[in-house]
Every structure is written in structure tokens, then in C-alpha cells.
Design a protein around this ligand. Structure first.
Ligand code: VG1
Ligand code: CO
Length: 541
């Protein structure tokens, strides 16, 4: 088989963001775009000769074509073996697990995660390293710099590899091994959780609705929740991955998973509801008439961790991204364990997990995970909750009420302003950043500012530093507002405003009401409405 060298030139904008490179699908499908980026990955990791890679994606539009390109380019660059999920599918956590369990050198995940898919949607490529986790900053910058000086890429000429049949074939000298995307992952889940207890819960009549949002978790959830654990057939809805996610937005939050939210309200609602995102690493948890905020979910998992077999011996420590609420800090304090605060994005948890410093970690954006692999893991979080409920045998609402009773309630919300003019958004951040030193002691719509800074992080394991990770403002009543620009969008800029306030007395406020003073203070400080003309956020979670 002949490897062809194709001349190309650098294409601007191939800088990986919070989680891989994301662009609109047409941009990714433009001539040489994907090929340039894939070749830049190979260069950025020091070549592919003799290496083994994992490959899979979330099934979105262009997943199938892109998988064939990656295979042909891996063969041309001398990879020894690529292990691919059947039909080119793998959830992000399943890919992370396979990298680890098969001792691979890394993996390519074809996904733009929670971004919509389809010919007019988004596409993305992520590269994970040998520990199973997202490539750290040093690797993504090497990839980016390779993309800026690329002159050619190598690709073999061949027919498409048939990815619908399990087993091995060859592409030139490279072995292509097609594996069941679910099997290894399901076996891992069975080792971490008490499947007998969860099966007993379902046998007792406990009802579930898992909304796969037409994304990659459908086959995983059906196999594990229905086939192995005995949830009633039909408990997993929207279970078939579709190239455009059925026209939906595969982002598990009350806005985009409104169908699930509606199904979970009222006396006849199922006992437990959950949803996941495009690539299966996020989770939304909702009980009957009871939405669980992601930051609270992380805190509840930490507080109840010893109920699952994998954590029977306790937690080494926990970690959360900086904008995530401090609910889990309160649990860590009570448990006498460390709570690490990292920048947004799963790549920052990897070294802490590798070093055994933390067992659980999570983000406010519906991501939770543990040391079982190196990505956040949607279905894992669902099973964790089910294991807790199987042991405690109380409704979700009661778990939350008990938790708040003990730790107080950390009211929390994120307000997103999407598709802003990028210059305008940058100017808003620049101006606020410049004013940070003068803010302490000033009054912001009635709240006195106690402190303000720009978050920077030094990794305690490898000493690497990440600067400019969000503007933090604390108020005298203990409330906090954080301002950050998203690193996953594909159009303009998205401003995220993270709002938080702890209350030990009143536990049943409506969230936006409880946060009203902090929302007003954030507006007074940043002038979002006057600068952007937006009077309300596009998405409130
Ligand atoms: C967002 C979330 C972040 C998450 C990232 C990837 O990033 O805020 O917490 O890790 O998406 O999630 P940003 O930069 O847009 O705020 V996923 O499931 O889309 O890969
Ligand atoms: Co995701």
C-alpha cells in the first residue's frame, strides 16, 4: 500500500481549546483541515512509529469519514495498531478506559462533546495521552505549533476499512482492531459498583428514565442499566446515536434536556432521571421533582462515597475546577481530606489522579469522575447515584435535604452569554481585570467586595503553571462571582458568569431568587447589559 505525501500549508485557528479542537462542521470538512490537524497531532507527540492508538467518536455527522482519514494517516505514519470502536463509536470515558486497559500510547476522540452536531453543527478532535487523559497544555501547544508550520501530510491510499465487523484487519503494515465499544467499559463499571444492590433496587420497583439525547451513551446505558441491572425496557430513551442528535443540543442541563425535566415532574414521574452529553462524559441527575445541581452532585458523591465498593476505604482527596461551587469543599473539610482547586477542563485533574492525591473530581458543567479513568464519566456518575440510592433507599429529594441540613446549601448558578462579539467580550474582561486591585472595599449593588483576583494555577505534582483562568470576586457575605470566557465555543465568544452563595439557614429558596444580590453585584461590576446590549443571559444553568 502506497503512502502519499500531500503538500499543504498552515491553516489558521488550529489551537485546541478547553477540550480539543472544535470548529463548525463545514470548517472541519474544508480541504486539508482535518488532515492538517491530525498530522500536527502526530508531530506534536513525537511521531507515530510503532505506536498503538485508540480511536472512536460520538457518532456525530462526519465521524465515519473522519475515522477513515485518521486510520489512513496513522497507517501512513507507521502506527503499529489502532483499536477502534465498532462503527467508529466510543464514548470519551470508554476511550479513556481503553487507552489504559490496552496500554495504548494515546487516543483520538472525534467529538465536539455537548456542542450540536450535523452538517450545520460542530465537529471536534481531541487527543488523549497514555494515562487516558486529555493532552496537557505542553502537548496541545506542541500540536498547535506543528499546525503553524506544516508543509505536508502523509496518508495511504486505500478502500475504507469495514468498521462494522469486530476483529482485526490490516491497513498496510498497521493492524486495525475493531472492538465492541461497550464491553470493556461495562466490565469496569461492574468492578466499581455493587451491581447486585442496584439490581435489587430495580427489582423492588424503582423506576428510571435515562435520556441519551440521541448521542453516544445510548448503547452503553441500554446494555448496563436495562440488560445487566434490570431497569425496565424503555427506561433508556433517545437511545440511538444519530449524526445530528435528532436536531437537539446534546448538553445535559435543564434547558437542553427539558423533555427529561418535564418527565421528572409530577407525582407519576419516575424515581430517578439522568441524561448525558454527546460524547458521554457529562451527566445530569434529577429525582422526582428534584433537580440536582452538578456542584451539589459532586458534594453528595463525596459525602456518600464509602457506600460504593470502589471507595469503601475512603477518599484520598477531592478536586474541583475553580468555578465549581464550594459545596464539595465543605464535605472535604468534614472528612479531613484535601480539596484541590484547578482551572476549568479535565486535563488539569490528570496529574492529581496519577499521583494518587485525589479520588473524586468534578466540574460545575455536569462533569464528575474518579481515578477509575482520566476523563469525566457520565454513566459512572449515574451508577454512583444508583448505588447510593440502592443502599440508602430514600428518594433523591431526601438525599439532598439531608445533605443541606448537614452542610448548609450552596446556591449556585451559571449565566452564559453566547455568541458575543469577541472583541467586545475581551474588552469587558480586560476592563474588569484592570479594576480588580481597586475593588476590595467597594460596594457593588449593595454587596461589599472582600477580595478579587485572576485565578492562576500551579500544578502541585509537575509544577506546570496555567495563567489567566478566570476573574474571581468575593463578597463580604461569603458570596462569589467568577467571570470567564468559554474555550469550547465555535462562534464569537461566550461569557460565563458563575454565581454562588452559601446559606446555612434557609434551604428551600428558588436558586435565582437566592442569588439575586450576587447577580446584581456581578452586573454592577462588569456592566454586561450596557456593554453587550444583552439584558438577560442566553442560558441559565
Ligand atoms: C466547558 C465547561 C468545562 C468542560 C468543558 C468540556 O468548557 O465549562 O467545565 O470541561 O466544556 O466539556 P468552557 O471552556 O466552554 O467553559 V465537554 O463535555 O464539552 O468536553
Ligand atoms: Co462531553
Amino acid at each position: 500500500m502506497r503512502a502519499t505525501t500531500v503538500s499543504t500549508q498552515p491553516i489558521a485557528g488550529q489551537k485546541p481549546g478547553t477540550s480539543g479542537l472544535r470548529k463548525t462542521t463545514p470548517e472541519f470538512m474544508a480541504p486539508h483541515f482535518l488532515e492538517n490537524f491530525v498530522q500536527s497531532i502526530w508531530t506534536g507527540i513525537g511521531g507515530l512509529a510503532g505506536k498503538t492508538l485508540i480511536l472512536g467518536g460520538d457518532g456525530r455527522y462526519f465521524n465515519d469519514r473522519a475515522a477513515q482519514v485518521v486510520l489512513r494517516m496513522a497507517a501512513a505514519s507507521g502506527a503499529a495498531r489502532v483499536i477502534v470502536g465498532r462503527d467508529g463509536l466510543l464514548s470519551t470515558p470508554a476511550a479513556s478506559h481503553l487507552i489504559r486497559s490496552r496500554g495504548a500510547d494515546g487516543g483520538v476522540i472525534l467529538s465536539a462533546s455537548h456542542n450540536p452536531g450535523g452538517p450545520d453543527g460542530d465537529f471536534g478532535v481531541k487527543f488523549n495521552i497514555a494515562n487516558g487523559g486529555p493532552a496537557p497544555e505542553a502537548v496541545t501547544s506542541a500540536i498547535f505549533s506543528a499546525s503553524r508550520s506544516i508543509t505536508e501530510y502523509a496518508i495511504v491510499e486505500s478502500q475504507d476499512v469495514d468498521l462494522s465487523v469486530l476483529g482485526e484487519s490490516r491497513l498496510g503494515d498497521m493492524v486495525v482492531e475493531v472492538v465492541d465499544p461497550v464491553a470493556d467499559y461495562a466490565a469496569l463499571m461492574e468492578r466499581l459498583f455493587d451491581f447486585d444492590a442496584i439490581a435489587g433496587l430495580f427489582a423492588s420497583g424503582f423506576t428510571l428514565r435515562f435520556d441519551a439525547m440521541h448521542a453516544v451513551t445510548g448503547p452503553y446505558a441500554a446494555a448496563i442499566l436495562q440488560d445487566r441491572l434490570g431497569a425496565a425496557p424503555g427506561s433508556v430513551v433517545n437511545a440511538t446515536p444519530l449524526p445530528d442528535f435528532g436536531g437537539g443540543h446534546p448538553d445535559p442541563n435543564p434547558i437542553w434536556a427539558h423533555e427529561l425535566m418535564a418527565a421528572m415532574s409530577g407525582p407519576d414521574a419516575p424515581d430517578f432521571g439522568a441524561a448525558s452529553d454527546g460524547d458521554g462524559d457529562r451527566n445530569m441527575i434529577v429525582g422526582r421533582n428534584c433537580y440536582v445541581a452538578p456542584s451539589d452532585s459532586l458534594a453528595v458523591l463525596a459525602a456518600n462515597a464509602t457506600l460504593i465498593p470502589a471507595c469503601r476505604g475512603g477518599l484520598a482527596g477531592v478536586a474541583r475546577s475553580m468555578p465549581t461551587s464550594q459545596a464539595v469543599d465543605r464535605v472535604a473539610e468534614a472528612l479531613g481530606i484535601a480539596c484541590h482547586e484547578t482551572p476549568t477542563g479535565w486535563k488539569y485533574f490528570g496529574s492529581l489522579l496519577d499521583a494518587g492525591l485525589v479520588t473524586l473530581c468534578g466540574e460545575e458543567s455536569a462533569g464528575t469522575g474518579s481515578d477509575h479513568l482520566r476523563e469525566k464519566d457520565g454513566l459512572w456518575a449515574v451508577l454512583f447515584w444508583l448505588n447510593i440510592l440502592a443502599r440508602r433507599r430514600v428518594p433523591v429529594a431526601r438525599v439532598m435535604a439531608d445533605h443541606w441540613q448537614r452542610y448548609g446549601r450552596t446556591y449556585y448558578s451559571r449565566h452564559d452569554y453566547e455568541a458575543l462579539n469577541a472583541d467586545l467580550a475581551n474588552a469587558l474582561m480586560d476592563d474588569l481585570r484592570a479594576r480588580l486591585p481597586d475593588l476590595p472595599g467597594t460596594d457593588a449593588a449593595g454587596l461589599i467586595v472582600r477580595g478579587a483576583d485572576e485565578f492562576a494555577y500551579e500544578d502541585p505534582v509537575d509544577g506546570s503553571r496555567a495563567e489567566a483562568q478566570g476573574l474571581r470576586i468575593w463578597f463580604e457575605n461569603g458570596a462569589r462571582a467568577v467571570f470567564r470566557l468559554s474555550g469550547t465555543g465555535t462562534v464569537g465568544a461566550t461569557l460565563r458568569v458563575y454565581l454562588e452563595r452559601h446559606d446555612a439557614q434557609t434551604l428551600d429558596y428558588e436558586t435565582q431568587f437566592a442569588l439575586a444580590p450576587v447577580i446584581a453585584a456581578a452586573e454592577a461590576l462588569a456592566g454586561i447589559a450596557s456593554r453587550t446590549g444583552r439584558t438577560a443571559p442566553d442560558v441559565v444553568t
